[in-house]
Write a protein that binds this ligand. Structure first.
Ligand SMILES: Cc1ncc(COP(=O)(O)O)c(C=O)c1O
Length: 407
């Protein structure tokens, strides 16, 4: 089948046919609303019936440059015509160019590429275990500390650091030696982070857990305790990193740096990528064969990521996120609904705390042509593309208020 024929075949399917086909052929892991998205531009997406939606989900904090960004499309087309995949058996230029950018703009000395956020955390787990084994031989320093309401992914290692019964219980036994500590509780740190701890995983802003920033005091106390007991501090910036909070890295606000940082969602503007960034001290304990991936950091994805990184790391881009984030927050705080209890977050990573079921509001939002996603049972996560403008925020807030009024 030629490309044109394939396009034509997809175009002739009705919305009902696509939904019926999904229902018949997919493992039932996703519960989706009854429309089919077909294309987008900027902050707007259209469904196959021609209805337009304001997308304030951005593929769950992924599409930093919005939909169908012409520069990203051009970067992809140029690279697709040259080299798409080689495996990690060979050198290619785009992945080294991306690694140069990431290390030049962060605490890190070296990068390991993955295909997703959960895989970036799996890499960090393995690196932490190997670092501890090499650095403290015979000491059984294998424990990993994570925090209540954390979300680090759904593969077994990352899932073990995601302490939510709904995600974990059906899949036990999980990875052993995991301690779950209270979040933002400075007093508790000493009890959980001990001589047996090899790593502490923290989201500088908890995403899935309800948009809760870690306080600078808590983050600094963790850094100090990790140094005291020889544990690595790992920041999971899969969701909050790369400009989402208005800083290039969310942890900048705390004034300290980690030993490792994981990235994913926005890094290639919507294509699958992840990265574990590490210091030389950690990297020195990792050698050939310790970890690897067939697809990760391929030339197509990393060429796209170089383009996204150059846009998202520019000071004027970050200034826009701060400016528009403050504006959207003000507008959300004006929403006159008894169900809105708090608006919190940083930059364009915001949560609207409700006293009702967030899923009902998300669902009602579809009929008002807005896409939103919940973060836990009663928080609406507001994570639009970082290129969103004031007029789009105005329209979103109007539609959001209208949806809330009907729940
Ligand atoms: C903080 C954080 N870490 C890890 C992940 C897992 O990323 P992925 O879905 O790409 O595996 C997510 C996904 O939502 C996340 O928000």
């Amino acid at each position: 089948m030629t490309d044109q024929t394939a396009d034509h075949a997809a175009d002739t399917l009705t919305t009902a046919q696509i939904i019926a086909s999904e229902n018949a052929h997919f493992v039932r892991t996703y519960a989706r609303p009854p429309f089919v998205l077909s294309h987008g531009s900027g902050v707007t997406v259209w469904d196959t019936d021609g209805v337009d939606y304001l997308d304030f989900t951005a593929g769950i904090a992924v599409n930093a440059l919005g939909h169908a960004d012409p520069g990203l499309a051009a970067a992809l087309a140029a690279q697709a015509g040259k080299l798409v995949h080689t495996s990690n058996l060979y050198y290619t230029a785009p992945q080294t160019q991306l690694a140069e950018r990431l290390t030049a703009h962060s605490f890190a000395d070296r990068v390991f590429f993955t295909n997703s956020g959960t895989e970036a955390n799996e890499a960090a787990i393995k690196f932490a275990r190997k670092f501890a084994r090499e650095t403290f031989p015979g000491q059984h320093k294998t424990h990993i500390v994570c925090f209540e309401h954390a979300f680090h992914g759904r593969t077994i290692g990352s899932l073990s650091l995601t302490p939510k019964a709904k995600y974990q219980d059906a899949f036990r036994p999980l990875m052993p030696d995991v301690q779950v500590a209270p979040f933002n509780d400075v007093e508790a740190i000493g009890r959980f982070v001990t001589a047996q701890t090899c790593a502490v995983f923290l989201e500088p802003v908890q995403g899935e857990g309800g948009i809760h920033p870690a306080t600078p005091e808590f983050t600094r106390a963790l850094r100090a305790r990790c140094d005291e007991v020889g544990a690595l501090l790992v920041f999971d910036e899969v969701q909050c990193g790369l400009g989402r909070t208005g800083d290039l890295w969310a942890h900048t606000a705390s004034g300290i740096t980690p030993d490792m940082m994981t990235l994913a969602k926005p890094l290639a503007g919507g294509l699958p990528i992840g990265a574990a960034l590490v210091t030389e001290r950690v990297a020195a304990t990792i050698g050939p064969g310790d970890h690897g991936s067939t697809f990760a950091g391929g030339p197509l994805i990393t060429a796209a990521a170089c383009y996204v990184f150059d846009r998202a790391s520019a000071p004027e881009f970050l200034a826009h996120v701060n400016e528009i984030g403050a504006y959207l927050r003000e507008r959300l705080e004006e929403v006159n609904s008894p169900h809105v209890k708090e608006v919190r977050g940083r930059g364009l990573m915001m949560g609207v705390q409700l006293d009702i079921d967030a899923a009902d509001v998300v669902k009602k939002g579809y009929t008002h042509r807005i896409l939103t996603v919940n973060a836990g049972p009663d928080v609406i996560r507001v994570v639009p593309p970082l290129i969103v403008e004031r007029t789009e925020c105005d329209t979103f807030v109007e539609r959001f208020a209208a949806a809330l009024a009907e729940v």
